[in-house]
Ligand binder design. Sequence first.
Ligand code: PMV
Length: 320
Amino acid sequence: MPVISCSAPGKVILCGEHAVVYGKPAIALPVFNLKTKCTILAKPTSNIDDTIIYAPNIGLKSRLTCLVEDNPIRVAVKLVLDHFSLDHLPVCEIRINSSLPAAAGLGSSASTSVALVRALSTFLGYPLDDNHVNRIAFEIEKIHHGTPSGIDNTVITFEKALFFVKGQPAELIEPVVPLTLVIADSGIKGSTSKAVADVRNGWLNDETKFNRLFDQIKDLVILVRESLEIGDISAIGKALNDNHIILKEMGVSCDKLDLLVECALRNGAYGAKLSGGGQGGNMIALVKPEDAQFISSLLQSAGAANTIITQLPARGQRKK
Ligand code: PMV
């Protein structure tokens, strides 16, 4: 019985979230120690109603045909079938397992979409290349987030640090030094679509102010890119701090995220900020590799629900 397995990593946004929705650049990094795996097993029956979706992380076990039409998993299947002009999937069981927490700004929806689209196309015998996977995953992201910039699906598909501008081909960034990040979960579920909508309302109420904040973020993102390319970690840290202050002013931080950011900074992080949609979810701290464990423990003591230490390898290093 054929069995297909494909996976996709998680991601963090290093800088530029929210402003990226308004055409400004952002930088995102893959997180290799978070993973979604999609396994598809063919079933020896021809009744298409027997195709089952099993995703224990989100408590889902259902026939594909019983999912509502705009369920992202059902839409993913439809988009892949449409791409190949097929009208149904051979009967199978689709299992999705993920170590990514949902609603945490770590890309769980995009990671699921990318792993699923890769597995479905491979199962059908026509594995899609990254550009096609990315395009379909972006369509699925629209169901989750309304008006996504496309940064999550892009960084997760290509598994590389990216300088991203909405609607333009993403540019690969190759840092000359490895980056060590501690990712800490505030324990508060953040809704990206709500945070994006709140920023939009803020922008509609005071365009001048928000356009100024978006432009300040753009300057920081460009500075971070240049600093990555010359290995100036202190400059990156300072830019992350400044980015957090602007995100706060935009109304997408919260007390817990601010507390975790302050805790990381008090204990020697180069810089720290919320990452992703905000209003909960995760923060990131850029740290010296030898401090990562210590800062991670302190963030837990300060109330982080979970912490992850991750490294982005430098140019020419193997990913971990
Ligand atoms: O999915 P999240 O929570 O990492 O947020 C994505 C980043 C935003 O800029 C807030 C939204 C977007 O579509 O780019």
